[in-house]
Ligand binder design. Structure first.
Ligand SMILES: Cc1cc2nc3c(=O)[nH]c(=O)nc-3n(C[C@H](O)[C@H](O)[C@H](O)COP(=O)(O)OP(=O)(O)OC[C@H]3O[C@@H](n4cnc5c(N)ncnc54)[C@H](O)[C@@H]3O)c2cc1C
Length: 455
């Protein structure tokens, strides 16, 4: 490995678009959570697929690691440069290339953010539904197989990426998939790269599935006396097949946190936040049925609104819940957990997790996309106290063990990165070794985001 020779060659090729400034390195070595800063040796800003291909050829020649970067909002140390090398900031490849309204699809560059895409789509009557809260890039979202609040209705990135253009470790450019809605043409390489976290190739273009903007949308909140009521209402809603577009849980501490942070006035009780999409009649009918379910589970009824301003306030508050919870303990870092279990096991998973956190003595509010069986505890730790971090890691470890025992997964949506690698053998058995063989075949020099995801 000769990183310096690679950087000299990259500088000759990219000029000022190869940065070694301290602030750039530090920004690209940071993460939102508890992982230590691991900056790269340089940051490159490619503008075309051909440039990404040339960068990969140079890095392959010199054995220099390459870490793709979208907006750096991933939560498991995904973008840490554990072996140094070059971070490829894809932010300048940020054009929406082709909107095909008749076929309800769009071709974009990987640095387009989900909010920018939806702003461009506004006049078409279409939208891209996947919403991980953070204004992440579509390349980063595909690479982590992201989902978020709307997955209960629209699926995850897995369901909404039709095709990709990918630059491989040796600089070859391939296309996976087509604009057809289905295909039986061989191995599904699109699915292989979605969720590969930058370890198999650099995504340089995506073709995404779009959805019609619903004619009517209503959103609202309901409070419950205890978390059992809220979780059981979710389970019954899903089992009855009621098509909610979002169904989010906030426990009583999370509700108190958003009150303090966003000036809301929720009762300090467990809440469900929900949204319904459809025609005015279907939304009214679904709201009525949902109202009956939550009342049966001890909610004193719900408030809902079809005013766009009210919806915006509600979801902005939900998206800021992570920062509201962080603000509960100024100076704290977070360890964010992310388990997902079959819906019938959700109540047990939440109950046991709450009891475990209570025993640990840490603050760890719980919230999540419970309609999918996915929830997070945000464990707040004092970075100056290693014993607190050890306690948080032990809680997180037991959550994963619990999830796997209940038929669930170590990570519902955040991905593997550095944080969940140790659970892959247990979750996948020999399948994890097969992932390693795929990595070996596509990236034999281990250039692409080394140290992450695979053995
Ligand atoms: C407050 C908050 C809330 C969040 N809520 C959710 C949530 O509800 N659901 C959810 O799924 N996630 C959530 N996340 C996590 C995060 O937003 C997602 O993981 C997101 O998909 C990361 O996108 P990014 O553009 O920031 O990618 P980055 O963090 O920059 O990169 C993520 C990974 O993708 C790789 N990558 C990036 N671009 C490319 C590319 N072009 N080609 C190949 N690999 C690439 C990187 O190497 C890295 O491994 C949340 C994060 C925060 C901070």
């Amino acid at each position: 490995m000769n990183i310096h020779a690679a950087l000299d060659a990259l500088e000759a090729f990219l000029g000022q678009r190869l940065s070694r400034s301290k602030s750039d390195l530090s920004l690209h070595g940071e993460s939102e959570t508890h992982f230590p800063q691991m900056p790269p040796d340089a940051v490159a800003y490619p503008e075309t697929t051909a440039e990404v291909s040339r960068i990969m050829q140079i890095c392959a020649k010199h054995g220099c690691p390459v870490i793709a970067w979208g907006t750096g909002t991933s939560l498991e140390g995904h973008t840490a440069a554990v072996k140094g090398g070059v971070t490829l900031d894809m932010g300048r490849m940020n054009r929406v290339l082709d909107i095909q309204a008749a076929d309800m699809d769009v071709r974009v560059q990987p640095g387009v953010t989900r909010e920018a895409l939806n702003a461009e789509l506004r006049a078409t009557g279409l939208f891209f539904p996947i919403d991980p809260g953070a204004n992440a890039t579509l390349g980063g979202m595909a690479a982590t197989r992201a989902s978020g609040t709307t997955a209960v209705r629209y699926g995850t990135m897995r369901d909404n990426v039709l095709a990709l253009e990918v630059v491989l470790a040796d600089g070859r450019v391939i296309r996976t998939g087509t604009r057809a809605r289905k295909s039986s043409a061989g191995y599904d390489l699109t699915a292989l790269f979605v969720g590969s976290e930058g370890t198999l190739g650099i995504i340089t273009e995506l073709t995404l599935r779009l959805h019609g903007q619903p004619e009517a949308i209503s959103a609202g909140v309901c409070a419950f006396e205890d978390f059992h009521g809220a979780v059981n209402a979710v389970i019954e809603t899903i089992q009855m097949g009621l098509p909610l577009a979002r169904m989010e849980f906030l426990d009583e501490t999370s509700a108190a946190a958003v009150n303090a942070y966003a000036g809301m006035a929720f009762p300090e009780k467990p809440h469900l936040l929900f949204e319904l999409h459809g025609s005015p009649d279907s939304v009214a009918e679904d709201a009525q049925r949902f109202g009956d379910i939550v009342t049966d589970h001890g909610s004193s009824g719900f408030e809902w609104s079809d005013r766009i301003e009210d919806r915006k306030t509600l979801w902005a508050m939900r998206h800021n819940a992570f920062y509201a919870i962080l603000a509960l303990r100024p100076g704290a870092r977070s360890l964010v957990t992310d388990i997902c279990v079959p819906i019938s096991r959700l109540a047990q998973a939440v109950e046991e997790t709450r009891a475990d956190i209570a025993r640990s003595g840490l603050a760890g509010p719980i919230l999540g996309h419970v309609g999918d069986g996915n929830f997070h505890a945000i464990l707040l730790v004092d970075p100056a106290k290693p014993s607190e971090m050890a306690t948080a890691k032990a809680v997180s470890h037991r959550m994963v063990e619990r999830s796997l025992a209940l038929g669930g997964t170590a990570t519902g949506e955040h991905g593997v990165g550095l944080g969940k690698r140790d659970y892959m053998a247990k979750e996948h058995g020999d399948g994890w070794a097969v992932m390693g063989q795929l990595k070996q075949a596509l990236d034999p020099l281990d250039l692409l985001n080394p140290g992450k995801l695979v053995p």
